[in-house]
Write a protein that binds this ligand. Sequence first.
Ligand SMILES: *Cc1c(COP(=O)(O)O)cnc(C)c1O
Length: 425
Amino acid sequence: MKKKNFTSTALHSDREGKPEHGVLHKPIHTSVAFAYEDARELAEVFQNKRKGYAYGRQNNPTIEALAQKITKLEQGLASVIFATGMAAISSTLLSLLRQGDHIVSSAYLFGNTNSLFNTFKELGIEVSFVDATDVENVSAAIQDNTKLVFVETIANPVTQVADLEAIGALCSDKDLIYFVDNTMTSPWLFSPITVQASLVINSLTKYIGGHGTSIGGVIVDSGKFDWAANKDRFPVLSEPDPSYHGVVYTDALGPAAYIGRCRVVPLRNTGAALSPMNAFQILQGLETLGLRMERHCENAEKLAAYLQQHEKVKWVNYAALPDSPYFTNCKNITNSKASGILSFGVSGGIEACTRFIDSLEMILRLVNIGDAKSLACHPASTTHRQLNEEELVSAGVSADLIRISVGIEHIDDIIADVSQALDKT
Ligand SMILES: *Cc1c(COP(=O)(O)O)cnc(C)c1O
């Protein structure tokens, strides 16, 4: 982990330049549109020839402050913000892929991403799901029409850790876009750019916002993928765009072509813009991301160790446990920290699971992750319900699995609550 100046960057990077009136943080700009001195100036903004804002669906100063902060924390080239993490993933992929293209995806996915990829199949985009904890499986799935590889860093709820570095080398060797979902780790725990990711997505809803107040998503272009050199395979960026006054993005925007196009095409067309109010709340949450992540990791590690020795607990999934099958990958990518999500099986099957969850006194029964508060849920009946039996087995989500998103409360209180709930099973 390089992270030396992480929290300082998270605190100060939206005040660079000359903040208006010396404000302490970026104000909430609620103006829907922006006025200019003359018609030519506005036209130039519209044509990407001048920096500025035209209409709030594409950008806004508060949203841009958030984008710049994330770009810095991910050490990327440029970012674009969306209304949700899913909007970020779907808009990005729909803007790059065409009928007849193929993607290779980790089989261990956030439930909605899995459902999105199944929708892609209906649109004529082929998807191969593989066990991405070993690069060999990714390599074996690559075809002539493969354009992109999609992986999550640490998957939820079983905490499989993708073979991130080796997949990065493979993608760079084959000129494939390497699209990494960093939501579970957040830029504090892992920088996908260090394993040559081309694009990074974070759901801002989870650790980055951290307080359950706003949904949001962001795509970062790392600058590692050479869009211009691969223009034959991604004509959307290198051929004149008739829907945007014939612009050729790689010519007009240089290395930032992809993010620039995201703003003027998918974001404009889908309309999945974040509200400036939400951007402000996420910016505030982000200031303490580093402090919270430290506590999330420490608490989860202690809770995992407690559960492992409990007589009523059958098994524990947590990648930072030395006997986890994912420990080696975890050690390689995050220096043996595994974020705040763990899962475990309770003796007594689904009935015991229900009793455990119903008996919790402090830990909340709800299906979010990455919140400052500890949260518990039963994935097989909630978040992963859309999977059939076979898919549940291959995702490792058994019927007796309980997931806890470990919060930042004092560890003694978390363990006390889990302990009294286990007593009641
Ligand atoms: C929550 C989540 C998403 C989607 O984010 P939303 O902001 O809820 O749309 C994507 N990937 C992962 C890993 C997530 O946990």
